[in-house]
Write a new protein. Sequence first.
Length: 332
Amino acid sequence: MTTTRPFKVIYDTDPGVDDAMALFYALAHPLVDVVGITTTFGNVKVEQAAVNALYLAAIAGRPDIPVTQGIKRPWVKPGGTPPAHIHGADGLGNLTSRVTTQNQLDPRSSAQFIVDMVRASPGEITLVAVGPLGNLALALKLEPDLPKLVREVIIMGGTITEPGNVSPVAEANIWGDPHAADQVFTAGWKLTMVGLDVTHQVIMSVAQFKTIADKHQHIATDTLHHAVGFYANFYSGLYPHVAKIHGCFGHDVLAFLYLTNPEHFTLAHGRVRVATEGIGQGQTMLDRRPTLGYAQRGWDADKATPQVCMQVDAQAVGQVFQDTMMADWLAR
Ligand code: BDR
Ligand code: CA
């Protein structure tokens, strides 16, 4: 790590249990400064995503962080039903109660908030996006120079060699809005894809969230422990090796772990396009060749070159996560 100045991050999210894990990791990490939370539809409807983002920020002692409500549905395809069986009907594992909180939504749309913040701090803001990508696509429309103004974009989404999780080739966030995703991948900004190729390598156990909750004795970590229990039931029902530790994949946390500890990831470089229609809808396709001898439409040479995380040192990032969450980051 060469910098000691915190990264200014706008967190674009659809909370969501792993979204909540990722937010708390970001708030706990001294090198991350969350300057806004922009919400989208995805794991829940956008209205619930916004309620959850406000709630999570408040119970973690950060009601000062602006939260916006964003895009309600995909750009082109019809909207789907949120996966209540994975994240709970409320997105946080069906909490039995919530405390009263006071923070309110920033009235701007998520896309407008992104544009305003990036214009105000050119070259400084990192966008960490862990849901369907409609807010980023709309921000690109509102400010075509956004790619020059943003420091970096890190996306949890997509997959290259690992099987998809909503089709044989598609990951849920990209499948959720493939047209928006293709615009984001080809926009020409510095972009890193953190997809299932690495998130399926990192399994987190409910026990480790209990250890975190026991240490802090705080509503934020108790809420997360509850939510992870629900989420782990889904993943443990699907994957025997995950069930062995009553665990789950940390998906969205990996986007922040890449930001704080890129040295633990191995990257591939190449153009990425998204299949927007047909049976392969939502597939992220990586062109690993330096040149295509007979390039067809859509693969011409001038498309942007993102980087894609292909391998991760799971043990190392797991340790970083645990150490960060066990530190004293929650005010009483
Ligand atoms: C992604 O989909 C959502 O369920 C998770 O929050 C994560 O962003 C994993 O495919
Ligand atoms: Ca998410």
